[in-house]
Design a protein around this ligand. Structure first.
Ligand code: PRP
Length: 212
């Protein structure tokens, strides 16, 4: 936790959007390094260090203090219930977490329905709050296949364009949550490196909320 703030960027669909926000905030990185196999890289001004990690691992690293700051989807954040500081919504990766089921299926939530999801705790909280008794089947991906193969009656999953649901002849039954992405900060790092971290957050805040 010593030295420059270490920032975890999520591999995958949020990576480019995160770099774009940083760049607009005046924090640029050498793209040749990003595409190389080097795991930790600096910005051009060498004020920060970056590591790209699997999204689901980022709250774990930040909560432990192994990494000071992270960019993470609120889907993962709510699922892991991580104890981290959440200073800024980045308005990237915006989508919905929904309950979906095969088109035409009559879901009776008074019965013990099977629901497949990558988000078992979030799904459990959702159904518990509406007094529905469901059996959660935890999967790691391609969740839309589960009802087609008879593994589950419904799913709880992310919907962005709606294309995956449509292609698998499924429809949205109800919303669970609006999803976005946030900057998260380790609570101790916020005290030790408060000034550098606050400057970073302010710079990104100006970019994200420039048109509000
Ligand atoms: C996500 C999500 C849906 C799909 C939704 O999957 O789990 O499957 O994207 O996007 P759409 O509404 O624009 O079609 P992802 O690509 O992350 O892979 P996964 O299914 O293996 O989790």
């Amino acid at each position: 936790m010593n030295g420059h703030p270490l920032i975890a960027l999520p591999k995958g669909r949020l990576f480019e959007a995160s770099l774009g926000l940083l760049s607009k905030a005046g924090i640029t990185t050498d793209t040749r390094e990003e595409s190389s196999r080097r795991l930790i890289f600096s910005d051009d001004q060498e004020r920060y260090e970056f590591v790209s990690l699997k999204p689901v691992d980022i709250p774990v690293y930040v909560e432990s203090g192994a990494v000071d700051i992270g960019v993470v989807g609120t889907d993962i954040l709510r699922e892991l219930e991580s104890d981290v500081y959440e200073p800024l919504d980045l308005k990237i990766g915006v989508c919905r977490l929904v309950v979906a089921a095969p088109a035409g299926a009559a879901l009776d939530f008074s019965k013990h329905l099977k629901v497949a999801t990558k988000y078992p705790r979030t799904a459990d909280r959702h159904f518990h709050a509406r007094n529905a008794h469901v059996h959660i089947v935890r999967l790691e991906g391609s969740v839309e296949i589960a009802p087609l193969l008879g593994l589950a009656d419904a799913i709880v999953d992310l919907v962005e364009t709606g294309r995956t649901l449509k292609e698998n002849n499924m429809v949205i039954v109800e919303d669970v949550a609006r999803i976005s992405s946030k900057i998260i900060v380790n609570r101790t790092a916020m005290k030790i490196k408060g000034q550098e971290i606050s400057e970073l957050i302010k710079a990104i805040d100006r970019v994200v909320y420039a048109n509000d």
